[in-house]
Design a protein around this ligand. Structure first.
Ligand SMILES: NC(=O)c1ccc[n+]([C@@H]2O[C@H](COP(=O)([O-])OP(=O)(O)OC[C@H]3O[C@@H](n4cnc5c(N)ncnc54)[C@H](OP(=O)(O)O)[C@@H]3O)[C@@H](O)[C@H]2O)c1
Length: 150
C-alpha cells in the first residue's frame, strides 16, 4: 500500500475572492499536484493488486458543498479527487485506489475544536482501507467506511 497523507490549508476565513495567488498556488500544489507526483514516482513499488490511497477530505465533495466555507481548501481536495479519477482511468489497472475522508480531527490542521480525536478517526480509517484491499477501482470513503458522494 502507498498512502499519501501530507496536506495543508489556508486561513479558513479566506475565500477564493480574496486569497492571494501565491497562497492559492501553495495549497493547490501541496494538496492536488504533489500527491499525484508522489504516486507517479512510487506507483511501481505497489503490486498490481495493491492499494494506492490519498488523504482527501469530505470537503472535497462537490455534492456536499451546500454551505461554502473553506473555499480554497475544498477546491484543492476536489482537484485531488479529479486527478485521482484521471489516474484511475489512465493507469488504475487491477489496483485499488482510495480517497479517504478522516472526518474533522483534532490535529494541528483540525484544531482543538474538532469533533474527533486521532484515536477515534485513524484506526477506523485504516481498518476501512484494509477492508477494501483487493477491491479494484476507485473509492471515495470516510473513516467509517461510508461512501462519500463525489
Ligand atoms: N484534521 C482534519 O480535520 C482533516 C480533515 C480532512 C482531511 N484532512 C487531511 O488529512 C491530512 C493530514 O492532515 P492533518 O490534520 O494531520 O494536518 P497537520 O497536523 O497540519 O499535518 C500535516 C502534515 O503534512 C505534512 N506536510 C505539509 N506540507 C508538506 C510538504 N509540502 N511536504 C511534505 N510534507 C508536508 C506536514 O509535515 P510538517 O509537519 O513537516 O510540516 C504534516 O506532517 C491532510 O491531507 C489533510 O488535508 C485533515
Amino acid at each position: 500500500m502507498l498512502f499519501v497523507n501530507a496536506g495543508v490549508k489556508n486561513d479558513d476565513r479566506e475565500t477564493i475572492a480574496d486569497v492571494s495567488t501565491s497562497e492559492f498556488t501553495r495549497v493547490m500544489v501541496t494538496n492536488a499536484l504533489s500527491p499525484l507526483r508522489v504516486i507517479e514516482t512510487f506507483k511501481d513499488c505497489v503490486t498490481a493488486s495493491g492499494t494506492i490511497a490519498v488523504m482527501s477530505s469530505g470537503q472535497g465533495s462537490l455534492t456536499n458543498n451546500t454551505n461554502g466555507n473553506y473555499e480554497v481548501y475544498r477546491g484543492s481536495k476536489a482537484a485531488l479527487n479529479m486527478f485521482m479519477r484521471s489516474f484511475a482511468a489512465r493507469s488504475g489497472g487491477e489496483r485499488t485506489l482510495l480517497l479517504m475522508a478522516p472526518g474533522w480531527v483534532r490535529t494541528d490542521m483540525g484544531g482543538p475544536e474538532a469533533r474527533l480525536t486521532i484515536e477515534e478517526s485513524i484506526p477506523n480509517l485504516l481498518n476501512t482501507m484494509e477492508s477494501y484491499a483487493g477491491r479494484r477501482g476507485i473509492h471515495y470513503l470516510d473513516y467509517l467506511g461510508r461512501e462519500v458522494p463525489w
